[in-house]
Design a protein around this ligand. Sequence first.
Ligand code: NDP
Ligand code: MG
Length: 402
Amino acid sequence: MPLQQVTILGATGSIGVSTLDVVQRHPERFSVFALSSHSRVEKLYHQILAFRPRYAVVATAEQAQQLQQQLKAAQCDTEVLSGPEGLVAVSSAAEVDQVMAAIVGAAGLLPTLAAAQAGKRVLLANKESLVSAGKLFMDAVRDHGAELLPIDSEHNAIFQCLPAQWQAQQQGKLFERGVSKILLTGSGGPFRETPIAELAGKTPAQAVAHPNWSMGQKISVDSATMMNKGLEFIEACRLFDARPDQIEVVIHPQSVIHSMVQYSDGSVLAQLGQPDMRTPIAHAMMFPERGQSGVEPLNFADIAKLDFLPPDFDRYPCLRLAIEACQQDQESCTLLNAANEISVERFLAGQIRFTDIAAVNGEVMAAGSDIRIANLEDVLAIDQQGRQLAAQFCAQRQREGV
Ligand code: NDP
Ligand code: MG
């Protein structure tokens, strides 16, 4: 089998590092075509020396120039590109087979879409791009013959539990093929048992300390608010062409089951494993084969019990907002995703309280958007609107100490 050329968008992040770990276990299968970073250029420099990609992409032209000189001094001939154009170029280059979309937030939309439009195997970690662009993104995948494989552990688990025929083609109506429900599991995050009245005082450090998973800061906060599960709810609707009433969120604190699919004959299939993203990454990169990921199998003697409970929407108002957005329309999903990126950023910067995240997101949703999505420009315009509104509401809360 010829070497698969892989581009890793967001190589310096948590998913990026796990992807490189899987890649280095399979030198006979994968070769790194390109790596990208945004702020952690020093980390990228070391990754480049270890993996020797053809290209690297950084945020600005100045960063690119500096890094290019450093690499030259180290006798490394990787070419450094910059900005969104650089990201799009390494996602769509003819030589590339697979693109790991692991940039955080809607900033990942353009290069991820470019990979889909170039007909690549798209390994989708960046859920925000799918939530933001919705059908537009799924249409690009279909129209350009791309292969979309979910990396998000829940969606990867669901994918693994689907009929083999559907997995191979990734088209056709699942819910007409015996699937009756998707059961989306989530741990409930670090504040699952915190008295609701104490949530307002929770600090960024407490919010990012996830009990089971080690992840980037934004998704860790999203897990604490359960906006992450909300975004995943929308992601599941788009990926599996499901209606909101065909998806059920189940709190499962141990994170042993990563999600389940219920069939009309009463069967429920689940995928189990350690909470380690190298499992879904290895699955998607080697699909339909299987290979080493470096993850130890579960030891069932250590798992005393598995708990399951329904989500409490008073504790997790962001989850409710996301489900409502999903029930409403794509515009609401785009707006909510944008608002949440800003409110989480302001919370991490210490400018608003933990509970303000949901409050601000709710205020943006109530304000709404008058734009209807017909093309990518409309998506980007609503994204901007959501960001501006959220910034205003955050500033207001900060000023008034609401
Ligand atoms: P991290 O914050 O750890 O990494 C984010 C990556 O994106 C970094 O490489 C960062 O570069 C880069 N980046 C940040 N902002 C920009 C920007 N504006 N333009 C270009 N690149 C940018 O995040 P994670 O790895 O945790 O998450 C990545 C994506 O995967 C998210 O969408 C998340 O929801 C999803 N995901 C993550 C999981 C996990 O376990 N971590 C699980 C499931 C999904 P730099 O570091 O150099 O600034
Ligand atoms: Mg997930």
